[in-house]
Design a protein around this ligand. Structure first.
Ligand SMILES: NC(=O)c1ccc[n+]([C@@H]2O[C@H](COP(=O)([O-])OP(=O)(O)OC[C@H]3O[C@@H](n4cnc5c(N)ncnc54)[C@H](OP(=O)(O)O)[C@@H]3O)[C@@H](O)[C@H]2O)c1
Length: 165
């Protein structure tokens, strides 16, 4: 699959390495092209110069950015995400890391409401970044929890998660 990862930090970098090992084509963007280039080089992926560029040909777009950045990215990309599968890996934590910034609806429900034409899927937020490349414990595979209102998108992200191990 063609995987676009927005965010080149702990999660973006780790998922890029895991996806490359799983046989996928991976492109990464970040706030700055330099950060994307570094992470792409470390993972064996392709660097994109912008978020718009990274999503252009993607089968799956993964948001691996701080929750606080999600709304602006959704606004920035808008129609470019129509019909795309967008995986939200964020945890909407406040600055203390102990409380949530959401109330009433989840972060993914909020993103789906902002992008009604996009297939939003929640995944990878329950697994520490360091685990993405080696998702097992004592020889047992870790579980990937996946949620979406779109069954086909959920199945495709499940297929992708299985390909990572
Ligand atoms: N760390 C974990 O183990 C873990 C596990 C599960 C879920 N999560 C969730 O995953 C998300 C990412 O966590 P992380 O630890 O990977 O964070 P991180 O290391 O701080 O990386 C965040 C990345 O997002 C990029 N970014 C910020 N704003 C952006 C924008 N507008 N456009 C493009 N890229 C942007 C940053 O780019 P620059 O460096 O260029 O600013 C940086 O590369 C968070 O929401 C977190 O709650 C984390």
């Amino acid at each position: 699959m063609k995987i676009a990862i927005i965010g080149a930090g702990n999660v973006g970098g780790a998922l890029a390495k895991a996806a490359i090992a799983g046989g996928h084509e991976v492109a990464i963007s970040a706030s700055s092209p330099e950060v994307a280039a570094q992470a792409a080089q470390a993972a064996g992926a392709t660097a994109a110069r912008s978020n718009a560029e990274v999503v252009a040909n993607a089968d799956i777009v993964i948001l691996a950015v701080p929750y606080a950045a999600v709304q602006a990215i959704a606004q920035e990309l808008g129609d470019a995400l129509t019909e795309k599968i967008v995986v939200d890996s964020t945890n909407p934590l406040d600055e203390t890391g102990r409380d949530l910034l959401t109330s009433g609806i989840s972060a993914a429900e909020g993103l789906q409401a902002q992008l009604p034409g996009t297939k939003v899927v929640k995944a990878f937020n329950t697994i520490f970044a360091g685990r993405h490349a080696r998702p097992s414990e004592e020889g047992r595979q870790l579980d990937a929890f996946i949620a979406s209102d779109d069954a086909d998108a959920k199945a495709k992200v499940g297929e992708f998660a299985r390909s990572l191990g």
